[in-house]
Design a protein around this ligand. Structure first.
Ligand code: ADP
Ligand code: MG
Length: 247
């Protein structure tokens, strides 16, 4: 199996007047299909920059990115827009819901962009929100929902069009600790159930425990890589061999 996300020697330098800020200073990433991957680092370490390069929201200063074997670092804006629409879902720290739309309308939005008729997309949105425990809030506006409820809506919006990859930047950063755990459970649960790949960013080591692979970044560089999940290369192989012996 080949990685679904590959980055090689990825660099991003920002210029602030005469000073250069090396937000990313040569980062290599491999994420396998179906893997849940955490990018763990303190504030300012380059996590959001990394996510925005991988998602094609910004261009790298140097380095290569391949998503689903496609060299996205070579794509122009309109190719990137199309690529994101077809293959990528997003979850943000501050939810980013449309304030004038109901919960269900927000969830249905990605299907609207794909030309799915209103009745069909609203039915799909309603069903997904019911599954995520928001059946009583389908018609609520975002400001009539708690933070945790808004983040559930935004997770539903990220997955409804069945993207292969979901990117999440500090998805629990605005939530209390109990709600944050619930959101990690529901986000990782939904992603795993669908066989999608999740790359999330966090500064909190306890959230990284939900991941199969944890990539620690310090000052724009990978400081450490850990794998401990089902997609964890050797470990997964060893485990499945052991299971084979038992049966
Ligand atoms: P994190 O998400 O880990 O907090 P960021 O990726 O946002 O870190 O930022 C990494 C570094 O790059 C920081 O020093 C930040 O100030 C700088 N940086 C990020 N975006 C910009 C930008 N648009 N212009 C200038 N500097 C930036
Ligand atoms: Mg950030």
């Amino acid at each position: 199996m080949e990685p679904i996300i590959i980055a090689r020697n990825l660099k991003k330098t920002y210029r602030m007047g005469n000073t250069k800020i090396h937000a990313l200073a040569g980062v290599d990433i491999d994420v396998m299909p179906g893997e849940v991957c955490a990018i763990l680092g303190t504030s300012g370490s380059g996590k959001s920059t990394l996510l925005s390069l991988l998602a094609g929201l910004e261009h790298p200063t140097a380095g290569k990115i391949f998503i689903r074997k496609k060299p996205t670092y070579k794509m122009n804006e309109s190719e990137l827009v199309d690529f994101r629409l077809k293959h990528i879902g997003f979850v943000f720290q501050s939810f980013n819901l449309m304030p004038t739309m109901t919960a269900a309308e927000n969830v249905a939005l990605p299907l609207m962009f794909r030309g799915v008729p209103r009745a069909v997309r609203m039915k799909a949105a309603n069903r997904l929100l019911v599954e995520m425990g928001l059946g009583k809030h389908l018609k609520n506006m975002p400001n009539q929902l708690s933070g945790g409820q808004q983040q559930r809506v935004s997770i539903a919006r990220a997955i409804i069009a069945k993207p292969e990859i979901i990117f999440a930047d500090e998805p629990t950063g605005n939530l209390d600790s109990v709600t944050a755990e619930q959101i990690m459970e529901i986000m990782c649960g939904q992603v795993r159930k669908r066989g999608a790949t999740l790359l999330f960013v966090t500064h909190d080591p306890t959230k990284a425990e939900y991941a199969d692979q944890v990539i620690h970044i310090i000052d724009g560089k990978v400081a450490k890589r850990e794998r401990h999940g089902p997609a964890a290369g050797k470990t997964a192989q060893a485990e499945s061999e052991t299971q084979g012996e038992e049966t």
